[in-house]
Design a binder for this molecule. Structure first.
Ligand code: HPA
Length: 269
């Protein structure tokens, strides 16, 4: 059975709001009411995520009454899967009727004003990898061959996030997310490069998903959790353990912000 049909069969909910949970942010899934969980391994065409702090499942449920479809764990390009596999869950989300998606990640702070634990609204991105999931034959029924990126992160969703942060009393940084494939962290020289070209945060995900979502007309709101100073910003050596630990500490604010955003998005329907 096709993944889309399998998910439709698992629940009567037909959410229009999607959520992608990044590294260490999976605990958010516990806030989802009446959850129906579908592991990626049970879905045709899926590979499962192998990263610690990432589960690899879809969760259908509600958050304060608003229906959502969450990806608890994502597939990363550095796991060695093809870029098509990396973005397949996002394609399924679009096929299921998701209209707006909140994409989250853990990232290193390049901007010297950022501190570990900060949340950053993604205002734009830089794809530095040479990899683009839209390469190859284009299906014009799904989206255009040459995709305009002016509104990849729509301003009204950014404003909604700013207002939600204000209501919750959470200070929200803003900036440009720059994708590196990983799995090695960046060198100090790469982080200087990132800063020079306008990057505020570096990370190993998100951009492929944003490209596919935007191509299919799904509106994106991106939020990074800054888990560490990027290499060279401080003397600290990086570890995934630290990334996961800082995410746990920032979980409270993350949860409050995302919940408020989803409530506000829910009112639009
Ligand atoms: N670089 C890339 N990805 C990351 C980082 C980082 O410093 N921190 C968390 N994810």
């Amino acid at each position: 059975m096709k993944a889309v049909d399998r998910i439709r069969e698992a629940s009567e909910l037909r959410p229009k709001i999607g959520l992608v949970l990044g590294s260490g942010l999976g605990n958010f899934a516990e806030s989802i009411e009446d959850p129906v969980t579908i592991p990626y391994k049970d879905l045709e065409g899926f590979v499962s995520s192998s990263v610690q702090g990432h589960k690899g499942e879809f969760i259908l449920g509600k958050l304060n009454g608003v229906e959502i479809l969450a990806m608890n764990g994502r597939i990363h390009y550095y796991e060695g899967h093809s870029i098509d596999q990396v973005v397949y869950p996002m394609k399924v989300m679009a096929d299921l009727g998701i209209e707006k998606v909140i994409i989250t990640n853990a990232a290193g702070g390049v901007n010297k004003d950022f501190q570990p634990g900060d949340l950053m609204l993604i205002t734009d991105h830089i794809n530095f990898t040479g990899v683009n999931p839209l390469m190859g034959k284009n299906d014009d029924n799904l989206g255009p061959r040459f995709l305009d990126m002016t509104h990849a992160y729509p301003k009204d969703l950014q404003d909604l996030a700013r207002e939600a942060a204000k209501e919750e009393g959470i200070s929200l940084q803003e900036g440009v997310y720059m994708w590196f494939t990983g799995p090695s962290y960046e060198t100090a020289a790469e982080v200087r490069l990132a800063r020079t070209v306008g990057g505020d945060a570096v990370g190993m995900s998100t951009v492929p998903e944003v490209l596919v979502a935007h191509h299919r007309g799904v509106e994106v709101l991106g939020i990074s959790l800054i888990t560490n100073h990027a290499t060279g910003v401080s003397d600290q050596v990086l570890s995934h353990q630290e990334v996961v630990e800082v995410s746990k500490k920032a979980e409270g604010n993350f949860k409050k912000l995302v919940t408020r955003i989803i409530e506000r998005l829910g009112h639009a329907y």
